[in-house]
Design a protein around this ligand. Structure first.
Ligand SMILES: [Zn+2]
Length: 117
């Protein structure tokens, strides 16, 4: 039979192991949320470019609020030799929306702050 000190030795080891596991998972969760925040920032930085191209297209083509915008419409206004829209690093899909509406990403939380905020 195990002596009292052997048992308490095992308890200390078990507590130490669970503390390490707990700490490691906390670090992993923290890292994950930092990465998500970084991806979100890159994504949100893309939105004003898309919005700017959209507004320029709308004003040059005399579009009115509510007119539908397509990728092909705004690509020439993105100011680079691009053949595609900027992409969300978190694999979200950009929805251009209609004229007068902010473009948005399909990933929740990847959005321009509403005007006035
Ligand atoms: Zn996004």
């Amino acid at each position: 039979m195990a002596s009292r000190s052997e048992i308490s030795g095992w308890i200390v080891i078990l507590i130490t192991i669970s503390a390490i596991v707990l700490f490691a998972s906390f670090v992993a969760i923290e890292q994950g949320s930092h990465e998500r925040a970084a991806l979100k920032r890159v994504c949100i930085d893309n939105l004003p470019q898309i919005d700017g191209a959209k507004q320029q297209w709308a004003s040059e083509r005399k579009k009115v609020l509510g007119d539908k915008t397509t990728t092909a419409d705004i690509l020439p206004y993105l100011g680079r030799t691009v053949s595609t829209l900027p992409v969300c690093p978190a694999r979200g899909i950009y929805e251009l929306g209609v004229v007068g509406e902010n473009p948005k990403c399909s990933v929740p939380g990847h959005a321009l702050p509403k005007s006035g905020e």
